[in-house]
Design a protein around this ligand. Structure first.
Ligand SMILES: [Zn+2]
Length: 281
């Protein structure tokens, strides 16, 4: 007797708990599909307790090596042009759940040429700046499409001679130049290093005059070598056709042909903007 009376409530209990589990699973799956992976974050109303939140995964490569993230993570320790101290604090949390707000809402303040970023013609030409050649006017057709990642000689800046030696065929519109800066991991060092390598004026001029390259990517905070900082920028940006993407993260990416996708922020009036760039095989 006792056996049968016990059996019924147990099955009921089992059925009820199974139904609840399935319902929870369905809810979690729906939320995940609608709001995919933001590492370390979960939608509000999720039933996971604090101890159950999995450790976020931060990746450089996606889809088994098909997608490379060539954007540097913005951190307070990253270098900032001309600064010994690095970027410093750039993010604040004036409204936080811990302090009674309904949600976390951060604010940021940072130079528009922070980390991986793009230069618009107004960066070095004041008449272009006044005329409105800001990042909102940059051509997304240039910032997206087939791109060549090339290694340049490690012992010098990018001169006309170096450019010529690279033998980049006509018709190539986007080239990412990997230099000694990547080997020296300069973008991972807080203090700005003016001994970085980049384009000398004659290298920039040679590129503009002898190639079809409109997207120039480079692996430190300036495409121009420090000794030719303004002259090289003038050569590149005067024609308003070449777009400079600076501060790219190129370590561990095989040289070769990819599709590049770069999207910056649509900042009206800004002569530079952080940009997100990926390479797809
Ligand atoms: Zn810049």
């Amino acid at each position: 007797m006792a056996k049968t009376t016990l059996k019924l409530p147990f099955s009921l209990l089992f059925f009820t708990s199974l139904t609840l589990t399935l319902a929870t699973l369905a809810l979690t799956a729906a939320e995940t599909a609608a709001y995919p992976t933001i590492p370390g974050t979960m939608p509000t109303g999720c039933s996971l307790s604090e101890e159950e939140v999995p450790t976020p995964v931060r990746r450089e490569v996606y889809e088994n090596g098909q997608i490379y993230d060539i954007t540097h993570r913005i951190t307070s320790d990253m270098p900032s042009f001309g600064s010994k101290e690095g970027l410093g604090q750039y993010l604040w949390l004036p409204k936080s759940i811990k302090n009674g707000s309904l949600a976390n809402n951060s604010e940021m303040k940072l130079p528009s040429h922070t980390g991986t970023h793009v230069d618009a013609p107004g960066h070095v030409f004041d008449h272009y700046f006044d005329a409105g050649y800001d990042v909102d006017t940059l051509d997304l057709g240039v910032l997206n499409g087939p791109a060549l990642l090339v290694d340049v000689p490690r012992d010098k800046n990018i001169t006309a001679e170096v450019m010529e030696s690279l033998n980049i065929p006509r018709g190539v519109r986007r080239v990412i130049f990997r230099t000694l800066n990547t080997d020296r991991k300069l973008m991972f060092k807080r203090e700005f290093d003016s001994s970085y390598v980049g384009f000398m004026k004659d290298g920039a001029r040679w590129l503009v005059q002898n190639t079809d390259i409109k997207l120039v990517g480079i692996d430190y905070l300036s495409a121009a070598a420090h000794d030719d900082l303004l002259p090289s920028h003038y050569e590149f940006l005067e024609g308003r056709e070449v777009i400079l993407v600076e501060g790219l993260k190129l370590d561990g990416v095989p040289a070769g042909l990819y599709n590049i996708h770069c999207l910056h922020l649509r900042l009206l009036g800004a002569e530079g903007s952080p940009i997100r760039c990926i390479l797809i095989k």
